[in-house]
Ligand binder design. Structure first.
Ligand SMILES: [Zn+2]
Length: 501
């Protein structure tokens, strides 16, 4: 009843600036019911006679009664209007500017003793795939969490190993050492491949190491670098799964859920979960094939399985879920090829000089060959108009690459790097193949290389969209959620406060 004057359809007059709650009783003076209570008093006052003591006494008693009635009425309307106002504010108060919308504080943990983060990577989940088909579980996280509105920006090169390791270290590839999925150390001659777990390759401090160094458990259900023993992280079988792509996704999810059945003090506070899809399909058929749609639906099912398991344990709202990918995907077809053999009138590039071909062309000539000379000759051929698609490839000395790529400060990076336009591929020589598929590894400025960032948990505002950001920011965000001390990294120290409650 008391809420009627404050219904949404008839808000109180909006005085600029809006009155603080303590002033709201003033608004009741315009209330017609309150005004009516004044009338008897004014009526009696007008009849007052100075010559009749008894009458004066009666008038005095009446005035006291009326004053008391007024006081009660005032208190009644004050309390009812305040509570109505409070209810109104909690729904949608047109006086509250957007910047101070609710909630503005982290939600307390209901069941868990401390914050827990599950970091999920869906490999090659290009930004936009989430709209390919019904993804009710992913959209549940989006609707109730915080999302990078136009996707997460990977590091260059937009490849799986460099990006996964940047996500967990906050470092650009030259600083964490994994500068490609495959490369040769120019000093030792040793070869890094995706099966290399020796600590010498893997620089920086990944999140699982940060966590165990500070006395908590971490668990990895696959992640590049997770099998490397670093610091206090010894990759114990209990919490560190050795990579095996044949393990069904369901088993991965169920194992992660089982960690929450451990005694409270043993529950890992940081858990990784990795799915190879839809990268696998993206390479085979390109990003716009129905197979991708099927793969995306399957990832959504796995997210649903995880949510259901957490809900069963009563901890879905306590656990922080960060769902992301490592990079995007762009369609390739064999009409969009650049052949290095076509450069032979300008320069012959021996196979042994080439460390990777596409999309990152990385060349290390022998010491007696000038890298500048190689770059000049290659660019002369590529820009001559006589090399098919030559204008879609440009060669650089690594120190001359755009600084935004952060791809020069490591002796592991070969001295010559070629940047190829979106969707083009480099091959050594012409062949009869005629196929279409997809790839990634390109300049991280291409929108097709972006992936998703979707986060849900006590410190993420519900339904919030944030601008795109680089994945090197994520290390600091997770360290902040877990209330740990982070290692030095390339992320901004202030970033977590811009995205977390
Ligand atoms: Zn891939």
């Amino acid at each position: 009843m008391g809420s009627v004057p404050f219904s949404i359809s008839s808000p109180p007059p909006p005085p600029p600036p809006p009155p603080p709650p303590s002033e709201e009783p003033d608004e009741d003076r315009t209330n017609p019911t309150t005004a009516l209570l004044f009338n008897p008093s004014s009526t009696f006052s007008s009849r007052r006679s100075p010559t009749a003591p008894l009458f004066s006494f009666l008038v005095l008693v009446t005035c006291l009664a009326v004053a008391t009635a007024f006081a009660f009425a005032f208190l009644f309307f004050t309390s009812s209007s305040s509570s109505a106002s409070a209810r109104h504010s909690s729904i949608s108060d047109p006086k509250i500017p957007t910047s101070s919308r609710q909630p503005t504080v982290a939600r307390p943990l209901a069941k868990l003793a401390r914050p827990v983060v599950i970091l999920i990577s869906s490999d090659g989940f290009r930004f936009g795939y989430q709209f390919k088909t019904a993804t009710p579980n992913i959209h549940r996280l989006i609707a109730n969490g915080t999302e990078a509105a136009t996707g997460l920006i990977p590091v260059f090169p937009t490849l799986t190993f460099p990006n996964h390791y940047s996500i967990v270290t906050g470092l650009y590839p030259p600083y964490h050492g994994i500068i490609n999925n495959y490369f040769v150390d120019p000093v030792s001659g040793d070869v890094f491949s995706m099966n290399s777990h020796e600590p010498k390759w893997w620089l920086g401090e990944p999140l699982w190491e940060t966590v165990v160094n500070q006395g908590f458990n971490a668990a990895t259900y696959f992640w590049p670098g997770s099998e490397v023993k670093k610091g206090s992280w010894t990759c114990l079988p209990k919490f560190c799964q050795k990579y095996d792509g044949s393990v069904p996704f369901e088993r991965r999810v169920d194992t992660v859920l089982s960690y929450f059945d451990l005694p409270s003090s043993e529950i890992p506070v940081f858990i990784t979960l990795y799915f190879e899809d839809p990268d696998h399909q993206g390479h085979e058929v390109g990003p716009d094939d129905p197979e991708i749609t099927v793969a995306v639906a399957r990832i959504d099912q796995m997210i649903g399985r995880l949510i259901a398991g957490l809900e069963k344990r009563g901890i879905f709202e306590d656990v922080t879920i960060i769902l992301l990918g490592d990079h995007g995907m762009v369609g390739n077809c064999d009409q969009k090829l650049i052949f290095l053999d076509d450069l032979s009138p300008w320069i012959h590039i021996p196979r042994g000089w080439i460390q990777s071909t596409t999309p990152v062309l990385a060349i290390r000539p022998p010491p007696d060959v000038s890298p500048s000379d190689v770059v000049a000759k290659m660019n002369a051929g590529l820009s001559s108009g006589k090399v098919e698609h030559g204008n879609y490839l440009k060669m650089f000395l690594k120190q001359d690459l755009p600084t935004r790529l952060h791809y020069s400060a490591s002796y592991r990076i070969p001295p010559i790097i070629g940047l190829v336009e979106e969707g083009y591929k480099i091959e050594l020589k012409r062949s009869k193949r005629n196929e279409c598929g997809g790839s990634h590894g390109y300049d991280n400025a291409f929108f097709s290389m972006r992936t998703i960032f979707i986060s849900h948990g006590p410190q993420f505002e519900r339904g919030r969209k944030v601008p795109s950001f680089e994945n090197v920011e994520i290390y600091n965000v997770i360290v902040s959620i877990l209330k740990l001390k982070g290692a030095p990294n390339n992320g901004s120290a202030s970033f977590p406060s811009t995205i977390l409650l």
